[in-house]
Ligand binder design. Structure first.
Ligand SMILES: O=C1O[C@H](COP(=O)(O)O)[C@@H](O)[C@H](O)[C@H]1O
Length: 250
């Protein structure tokens, strides 16, 4: 597994570059296999990246009929709620792909909210079932072979909804219900580390000085219990896309 750290001048350039890289990655994968599985993230740069992808000319080069979109985590609030990572991703990119680029709605896999599932655990179980349905035969971890798994990183070093010191860090299976998240809302659903580390490529996107200390700690290999981002690795590549502020550890 190779690890690469790429630093961009600011959050806007980072989002533009991440979007170009993401679309190019989908195109490259499409030339050798189908379907392509991409895991989206919430968070500031994550959503900015999707918005940049939406206006890139490269978006028209992708055959969206052969792409599946998943989420790394979700806030356990109802469908359409502004706090949902799904809602923000749909507004930034996904709705336009479904409306006019051929992305089948059936290929969009949001994590169920309380309007669909009775609890974060029920949502996680339903999501794990969907993931397993798309896993390659005989896969060690029953998830699709994610071609790119995007993750934002919080100032505390959390990725997806896996927070420092939280019991969800040790969860088995592929998706977990999260209670008592230190960042609101308190109830969430997240992929587990087993699911994340089964991805071919994991990309961590982070911008801003408030992320610098934790980014440096993760890259230095601090314990995952303290800096969850340290455990976000892909089987083929781990890519950190930072802006100069996030790369500039004190
Ligand atoms: O709550 C969340 O936060 C992280 C990071 O967000 P940011 O705004 O600090 O970039 C995000 O990656 C995660 O998906 C989300 O649910």
């Amino acid at each position: 597994m190779s690890r690469l750290v790429v630093v961009h001048p600011d959050a806007d350039v980072l989002a533009q570059a991440a979007a170009a890289r993401l679309l190019t990655r989908v195109l490259d994968v499409q030339s050798v296999r189908r379907p392509v599985h991409v895991v989206l993230t919430g968070g500031t740069v994550g959503i900015k990246t999707l918005a940049a992808a939406a206006v890139s000319p490269l978006v028209r080069a992708v055959d969206w009929t052969g792409v599946h979109l998943w989420w790394g985590d979700e806030r356990f609030v109802p469908s359409g709620h502004a706090d949902r990572n799904e809602t923000q991703a749909r507004e930034a990119l996904v709705d336009a792909l479904v409306a006019s680029a051929g992305l089948p709605e059936a290929n969009v896999h949001p994590m169920p909210g309380p309007d669909v599932a009775a609890s974060p655990e029920e949502s996680a179980a339903a999501y794990a079932e969907q993931l397993a349905a798309f896993a390659p035969e005989g896969a060690e971890v029953p998830v699709p072979a994610f071609d790119v798994l995007l993750l934002g990183m919080g100032p505390d070093g959390h990725v997806a909804s896996l927070f420092p010191g939280h019991e969800a860090l040790q969860a088995g299976g592929t998706a977990v219900g999260v209670h008592g998240s230190p960042k609101p809302p308190p109830e969430r659903v997240s992929l587990t580390f087993d699911a994340i580390t089964a991805a071919r490529e994991v990309w961590v996107v982070a911008a801003g000085a408030e992320k610098a200390e934790r980014a440096a700690a993760a890259l230095a290999g601090q314990p995952v219990s303290e800096v969850p981002a340290a455990g976000a690795t892909g089987t083929e590549q781990t890519l950190w896309l930072l802006d100069t502020a996030a790369a500039d550890a004190p």
